[in-house]
Design a protein around this ligand. Structure first.
Ligand code: IPE
Ligand code: IPE
Ligand code: MG
Length: 258
């Protein structure tokens, strides 16, 4: 991936804290795992439309390092869903030019989940349309500590540190994609240890929509709001004006997903 890709202001890195699966299920009188299952469908919808909305990189928070505190049965269910999703999607990702990556610890993941991720990463290596990163057993603070240890005394600049962090994420030598747009669903307004370094100048978007209900229209709305923001990065308005509005959805309808 070329450096300019990340710097094209029309192509952005969006990161999503997919929250509210449990509440969605509970409100319907269903077990929490049913909410996670519906959440997987929402992820599928978002991945499908992201490139058409100007998203070049998408990081989805799928399982935090703190989520191990949940009941063992829920954790097992989540891991099974992740594995199933990655295995099922890999062919489509390969076909559609989607590069799949995972960030976070791997040593605590079930062996079969790790294997599914590694297979997806190697099969989709050439994908250039969308970089899709799953944050799994992820803690931003742990990643920062590791990057600091890795960089050691060489860590003389932000740039050097960012490269060390990219190495921690398993993409050594690649420019670390800063987050342009950070979305959190389900009405919560916190970061929960997600992409702390990369979100230094992220535009934040919070929506009450529960993740399983999130779809193309919600992403389109978030992108529209993002495109109206003026990002001055601490300076004055130097012509980085809001971007033009997005083209309307085809036929104003939701696209059909296989
Ligand atoms: C987000 O939904 C999914 C994960 C954290 C894996 P939650 O499971 O946190 O849903 P709520 O917040 O309990 O509704
Ligand atoms: C953050 O959601 C983690 C993921 C979405 C994977 P949580 O629901 O676990 O976070 P808190 O507990 O509300 O901060
Ligand atoms: Mg939650």
């Amino acid at each position: 991936m070329t450096q300019s890709t990340w710097h094209d202001e029309k192509l952005i890195h969006a990161a999503i804290i997919m929250d509210g699966n449990g509440r969605w299920a509970t409100a319907k009188g269903m077990p929490r795992i049913a909410g996670h299952r519906a959440g997987v469908q929402a992820a599928r919808r978002v991945i499908e439309v992201a490139p058409d909305l100007g998203i070049r990189a998408l990081t989805l928070y799928a399982f935090s390092a703190d989520n191990w505190k949940r009941p063992a049965a829920e954790v097992r269910g989540l891991m099974a869903l992740v594995e199933h999703f990655v295995r099922r999607e890999v062919e489509r990702c390969e076909r559609q030019g989607v590069e799949v990556l995972a960030v976070g610890r791997r040593d605590r993941l079930p062996r079969s989940v790790r294997a599914a991720i590694e297979e997806a990463e190697s099969r989709t290596r050439r994908g250039a349309k969308l970089t899709l990163r799953f944050a799994l057993d992820y803690s931003s603070r742990d990643a920062l500590v590791q990057a600091a240890a890795l960089a050691g005394s060489d860590c003389a600049s932000r740039e050097a540190f960012a490269y060390a962090l990219a190495s921690v994420y398993g993409t050594p030598g690649r420019r670390l994609p800063e987050v342009d747009l950070l979305i959190r669903t389900a009405g919560e307004q916190r970061l929960s240890d997600f992409l702390l370094w990369e979100s230094a100048y992220a535009e934040l978007h919070f929506t009450p929509t529960l993740w399983p209900d999130f779809g193309e229209e919600d992403l389109r709305a978030a992108m529209s709001v993002y495109r109206q923001r003026n990002r001055t990065f601490g300076g004055l308005d130097e012509g980085r004006h809001a971007l033009p509005a997005l083209p309307a959805a085809p036929n104003g309808s939701q696209r059909r997903l296989a």
